[in-house]
Write a protein that binds this ligand. Sequence first.
Ligand code: ZN
Ligand code: ZN
Ligand code: ZN
Length: 283
Amino acid sequence: MTLHENRTGTATTPDQTNDPTQPFQPEVIFLGTGTSVGVPSLGCHCDVCTSDDPRNNRTRCAIVVRLPAGNLLIDTPPDLRSQLLREKISLVHAVLFTHEHVDHLYGLDDLRLFPFQLGHAIPLYCEPDVEDRIRRVYDYAFTNRTQTHPGSRPQLCFERITHDPFEVLGVEATPIPMRHGPHFDVLGFRIGNFAYCTDTNYIPPDSIERLRGVDTLVIDALRYKSHPTHFSVDEALEVIREVKPRSAFLTHICHDLDHGVVEQQLPDGVHLAYDGLRLPLSQ
Ligand SMILES: [Zn+2]
Ligand SMILES: [Zn+2]
Ligand SMILES: [Zn+2]
């Protein structure tokens, strides 16, 4: 029996975007690709924040990996409800967390309706620090008090992860330990030939090894200017040159980068991600 057979066994149609006449195609959907304050940034009137190009409209970072056994969400940003509505994703089966920062966590309550469809609590795969933060921020989800009515608080359960590969929704996920500034560790994740590495400015050699052979690498690139906790575009390109994926997508982007302009300056095979972008997952 696999670790989560009981959960994957209950998975229903991953979402309402499925065309039942077509074979299911696993894919990644970018829910958000913006830095912590989003783009446009409140109060800013720069060319990017006032741009008509929808690709310059960046909500906070998350992706959904659509798998045969269900929808795997990576991070729960504050924009989560509107992101799931926009992409017509009507059910989330499990969540992986990269780290505990506000822009990756504070939309968790938006998952409150899904346990009704799943028939069980939503499994949250995370490290102990993230679990501690969730237990503090969402203390009402873990109280012993009797619920006033079903669904009045989120039904959440924790699946503790380490740096070892683990199984989720019928696939193996490999954590990619990375640094996010001098004092903070985060995880990227590799699923098959796809890897998602947001919120980092240093990927140690052992983790680079875990990325070897990926087809698609998604990597943090905040802006051109350097930053203490995020890769710049040039630093991200250096990692891309080392890992040599077939294609790479930059994410966690601030208002310094105009999509149309920067896209033309990037090397072959490297692109800026944007909200709503869908990439087929190779198997
Ligand atoms: Zn972030
Ligand atoms: Zn701006
Ligand atoms: Zn962060």
